[in-house]
Design a protein around this ligand. Structure first.
Ligand SMILES: CC(C)(COP(=O)(O)OP(=O)(O)OC[C@H]1O[C@@H](n2cnc3c(N)ncnc32)[C@H](O)[C@@H]1OP(=O)(O)O)[C@@H](O)C(=O)NCCC(=O)NCCS
Length: 178
């Protein structure tokens, strides 16, 4: 059974090992999500500790997809922006364990993230992803608007250059805007 939930600081801290498992799985599977190989549990725990601090102060909304009670996927909404961009949020670290992919978890996580951002008054959402990655296809399917490609923006975990594609989506009252 699958469930999408938002985690607060306390629960995220209690479940940090499961969050770390998802991130290590994705990075070691080759996803370009900010980290280099080899990437281990200690690296992931340290990353999530930082995220949890931002959850605590309301800057980040953290969602997880549970499958049979275990975290199988996650996504974050960066809610805190500069004063002239308060209507914007950033979608970050959409991650689904390799063994659980292809069964709609990312779609459900993104639905929850977009709804929460809209409920929080956001009208424009932005994200970037590795050009040519499965995620790029996913975002197009979920109605995100392609903006463009920045060549060699980042690296894959194995050190190869990785281009980045930018997307945006209007939500909430912004969805009515052309
Ligand atoms: C990108 C990712 C999150 C997708 O997760 P997922 O749970 O498999 O995605 P879903 O099953 O919800 O698929 C959503 C849609 O995209 C499609 N899709 C998913 N993976 C696809 C792929 N590899 N190729 C083509 N389409 C794909 C699905 O068919 C579905 O479309 P539909 O609802 O119209 O049938 C997952 O592949 C992942 O974690 N990748 C590594 C981390 C990463 O790159 N994250 C993005 C960071 S920006």
């Amino acid at each position: 059974m699958d469930e999408i939930r938002m985690l607060g600081r306390e629960e995220a801290s209690q479940r940090i090992e499961e969050l770390a498992d998802v991130l290590v799985d994705c990075v070691m599977g080759g996803a370009s999500v900010g980290f280099m190989a080899p990437y281990g549990r200690a690296d992931a725990l340290s990353f999530w500790q930082g995220v949890i601090e931002t959850v605590a102060d309301g800057a980040t909304l953290l969602f997880v997809a549970e499958r049979n009670g275990r975290i199988a996927g996650t996504v974050q909404v960066g809610m805190r922006q500069m004063p002239n961009q308060g209507h914007r949020a950033d979608i970050k670290k959409l991650l689904v364990k390799e063994s659980e992919r292809g069964s709609g978890l990312a779609r459900r996580l993104m639905d929850a993230a977009e709804d929460a951002a809209a409920a929080g008054g956001k009208t424009v959402l932005v994200l970037d992803t590795a050009t040519g990655s499965p995620a790029e296809t996913v975002y197009r399917k979920l109605g995100w608007q392609w903006v463009g490609v920045i060549p060699d923006y980042a690296l894959y975990p194995d050190g190869r250059f990785c281009s980045t594609t930018l997307f945006y989506k209007r939500v909430g009252s912004g969805a009515a805007t052309a």
